[in-house]
Design a protein around this ligand. Structure first.
Ligand code: SF4
Length: 500
């Protein structure tokens, strides 16, 4: 089945795909178990995935089961592009799981889209996975030496194989999931659908979020609470790091044997950038945490200015916080073209250079003659920031000061975030005063690592901040580039490298 008439790969040689200079989200998962409520689980999953679209725009899919048959549909593209009303009409059943994907491990191709449906001795096993395993390579190699054949290049298939193998040796699918948790290491917020059960689990560190909601007697699991709101589900609670929740005709029960009592490590970048502002993660509002980062930034890096602006969309909340703390008015300085996705296509190289202008334009009435303080969540390569600064100056801004609501990126992420390699990270190439010159701002300030955790005060989970600090909560993958790890501390040790 395919939702597109044109084979997209036929066109790739003729165009440039312009990617934003931002980090890519990982994935989003959504699942629902209908318990005598007459819910259309396929359609609800569609709306849930729609709300999670910010977590992945490459591919998406939905699988449903009615105790006997699993029906699924998945393809490359955004949720509204992939699913038509006709397709959704056919996705009927009692349990559904869905997935939106951005590829951080495994290539961007249709066969790697999820949910992943496998058939084995006990029937059908369907999984939707958000995260990255750090020992997938070794487990995969072990399976391959035993003669197993993999259909995809994603580590989620490793998860499926481990669960299937453990299910054959154990009495229940939930026990197989528990055994899987003893074998795999890394980040996973995982949904597992068997013919009669919907299971959700979060790795013992809790790297990625997962929440539980309810519609009457029926349970919903989703990456973020905004997806519960989208389907009219009431938020019940977060799945705890290491917890397995099992949902079937008897309701929901929980297995907390793998929960860690300390050293949990939710990705702090979920608060800074990934999650939607209207979501709550581990008891903390994402919007409030971003405002707190902006307030902290104003304390750490004050500057005289006339106007605080945020880079749409991810810098807006922190800009509001910065304005509140500094007393400098918040205003609109950049206007976003709402009809451009996270990637778009341009016909020539010169148009590619101008890509930022197509997406964002300065509001001259607002910035002309002003000392502008521009807030964004991060600088990755620096190319987008440089163009934005030029756009603001061309519109008459007298000064442009940049404030970043996270510390500089210095280390790779192994838990499902596409932090580019060190040679592409601007903070690994230059000290901060040089970055300011390269991107053309009058001053530059990053949030300090010492106050980073305060942005989500009250969170029930500890934090991973490894891409800023190099403190990895787990062993890093054995097959990674050793040189990359060895060199990174030298950059941090450099006397030139200070948080200004
Ligand atoms: Fe998140 Fe950074 Fe940790 Fe990756 S390394 S999980 S992006 S905080």
């Amino acid at each position: 089945m395919s939702g597109n008439n044109i084979n997209k790969t036929d066109l790739i040689d003729d165009v440039n795909v312009v990617e934003e200079d931002v980090l890519k989200e990982e994935c989003g998962v959504f699942g629902i178990y209908n318990n005598n409520d007459d819910l259309e689980v396929g359609k609800l999953t569609y709306y849930g995935l729609y709300a999670l679209q910010h977590r992945g725009q490459e591919s998406c899919g939905i699988a449903v089961t009615d105790d006997t048959v699993v029906k699924q549909y998945k393809d490359m593209g955004l949720v509204p592009e992939v699913f038509s009303p006709d397709i959704l009409e056919k996705l009927t059943g009692n349990i559904a799981v869905g997935h939106v994907r951005y590829s951080t491990a495994g290539g961007s191709m249709r066969q790697n889209a999820q949910p992943l449906v496998s058939r084995y001795l006990k029937g059908a096993l369907t999984i939707s996975h958000n995260g990255n395993l750090v020992n997938a390579y070794e487990i995969r190699e072990q399976f391959e030496k035993e003669g197993f054949i993999f259909q995809t290049t994603i580590d989620s298939e490793v998860l499926a194989l481990v669960i299937a193998r453990e299910r054959v040796k154990n009495d229940s699918i939930e026990e197989a999931v528990a055994k899987m948790m003893d074998i795999v290491e890394g980040s996973y917020s995982l949904l597992v659908m068997s013919p009669k059960k919907l299971i959700g689990c979060r790795d013992p560190y809790g790297f990625r979020p997962l929440v539980i909601g309810k519609i009457d007697n029926s349970y919903v699991l989703a990456s973020e609470s905004c997806a519960l709101d989208a389907v009219g589900a009431k938020f019940i609670r977060d799945v705890e790091p290491g917890e397995i929740v099992i949902i079937d005709e008897n309701g929901m029960r929980s297995d907390k044997r793998r929960c860690k009592t300390k050293d949990t490590a939710l990705c702090i970048f979920e608060y800074i950038y990934f999650a939607r502002s209207d979501s709550y993660i581990d008891g903390v509002s994402v919007y409030e945490s971003r405002k707190a980062a902006g307030r902290q930034l104003a304390i750490e890096h004050p500057v005289d200015g006339d106007l605080v602006i945020g880079v749409p969309d991810s810098g807006i909340d922190a800009a509001i916080g910065y304005a509140e703390q500094s007393g400098i008015p918040y205003g609109l300085g950049l206007v976003k073209n709402r009809y451009i996705g996270r990637t778009f296509i341009s016909p020539t190289q010169s148009a590619r250079e101008d890509g930022v202008k197509v997406k964002l334009n300065a509001l001259r009435q607002s910035v002309e003659g002003k000392r502008v303080i521009m807030i964004d969540d991060s600088i990755v390569r620096g190319t987008t920031v440089a163009r934005l600064v030029k756009i603001l100056r061309d519109a008459g801004a007298k000064e442009v000061h940049m404030r970043i609501s996270s510390p500089p990126f210095l280390w790779p992420c192994y838990y499902g975030t596409d932090v580019p390699s060190k040679d592409k990270l601007i903070a690994c190439k230059y000290p901060i005063e040089e970055i300011a010159k390269v991107v053309g701002v009058d001053s530059l300030g990053y949030l300090g690592t010492e106050n980073l955790h305060n942005i989500a005060k009250g969170s029930k989970c500890g934090f991973c901040d490894a891409c800023f600090t190099g403190r990895y909560p787990t062993p890093v993958p054995k097959h990674v580039n050793e040189e990359e790890l060895e060199n990174a501390p030298e950059i941090r040790k450099s006397p030139k490298f200070t948080i200004c």
